[in-house]
Write a protein that binds this ligand. Sequence first.
Ligand code: ZN
Length: 486
Amino acid sequence: MGKTLGHLQPKRIWEIFEEICQVPRPSKKEEKILNYLIDFAKNHDLDYKQDRVGNLLITKPGQAGHEKKKTVVLQSHVDMVCEKNSDVEHDFDNDPIVPVVDGEWVKARGTTLGADDGIGMALQLAVLESKDLEHGPLECLFTVDEETGMTGAFGLEPGFLQGKTLLNLDSEDDGELFIGCAGGIDTTATFSYESVNNETDHIAFKLNVSGLKGGHSGDDIHKGRGNANKILNRMLWNCERMFELRLAQIDGGNLRNAIAREAFAIVTIPKRFQKDFETTIQEFTHDIREELQTNDPDVKITLHETAMPECLVDYSTQSRLLGALYACPHGVMGMSPDIPDLVETSTNLASVKMTSKEITISTSQRSSVESLKKDIADMVSSVFQLAGARVKHGDGYPGWTPNVKSEILFITQTQYKNLFKEDPKVLAIHAGLECGLIGEKYPGMDMISYGPTMRGAHSPDEKVLIPTVEKFWDLTLAVLKNIPEE
Ligand SMILES: [Zn+2]
């Protein structure tokens, strides 16, 4: 062991990381890696405990002369995303990951590397085994199952941790310090409808919206991309008024955390309006293409005559549905006043799905401010309740509100600048992090998240930039050394 990476610096981090690569650790199958960590604690005479969901805490007293420093929690997650190229044979439950050095990067052979978050774990273990570092009391928290639902962080109980300062070692860009993330909640609206007979003298069309970029409802929500549900509905709502349009079928979007890329409807109109209807859709197509020419230029709207549907959605439900979809907000609702360019609050009109009796609209809201998350979720429910739909909220997960006056932020910023002679960027993300859940269980926990530079996380292209691992180590040691006394 330690053969491939043992020549890299800092030596112990890379040796330990290579050892971790030998231990299978898919999300929800973490027994092997947890046993490895428990053995590590036993071999180094360190206290450890485990909670009901499997999270592990290894503690180490402060070094002589540093016992009075505030306790610091170092946190990583033990699981990894298991993705491989189709031409690679690999059994993630049993086979070791094979790390290879490629220029300035370490990557794996056709699989995810697990530097997310194996490098964070390796750093924790290197600090735990050290004899000569200047640090106060430490709690190393290893959470389970970050990648498929954050169930470890969800299950973390109050009282498990003593420290009130936490370094989350799970970020992916050297030079970036994260101090906030968004919480999220789902809002689902359901309309019941009656199937009614076709109108006489109508003809049927399929109206289709496609070609949009879509993207993640957190990371991409501010990019001004088209939402297929909104575009489709805008045409339907207008044509209902202009041409007595009737709705037979509607379907759009898919995943709740994705911006809708495609949507279609089957509609009927009186035959006498055919020409004007077609012209109107052409005009909408022109306008929408103009509006999206910069952000989503491949949007495609098609209209084809189709077979008459068997029945229609009753007119009252149709009208309330189209009105509600039009009124329902989508996109950025507010920007952070503290962090430049951070979306604070947003909502995503994710999907519209139809069964023989019901039409269900799925939406999701995000905000780094808990009260604003509730506000936008209530705004969306209000729209659908006005339209007579039944509305439900999911349980949701909490955000992490940026605290620009945080002590750990000040220490980390100062040490970064001392060591590397440049200012780190201070950022927050508009997506979920474990820190949101940890902060909910431990109000007042002073937290920061950082890490070495990685690319391609969660894909077989995952790689970590070697020189930034040394910076990650040096920064962490400088921060630990400069933690003040209680
Ligand atoms: Zn991670």
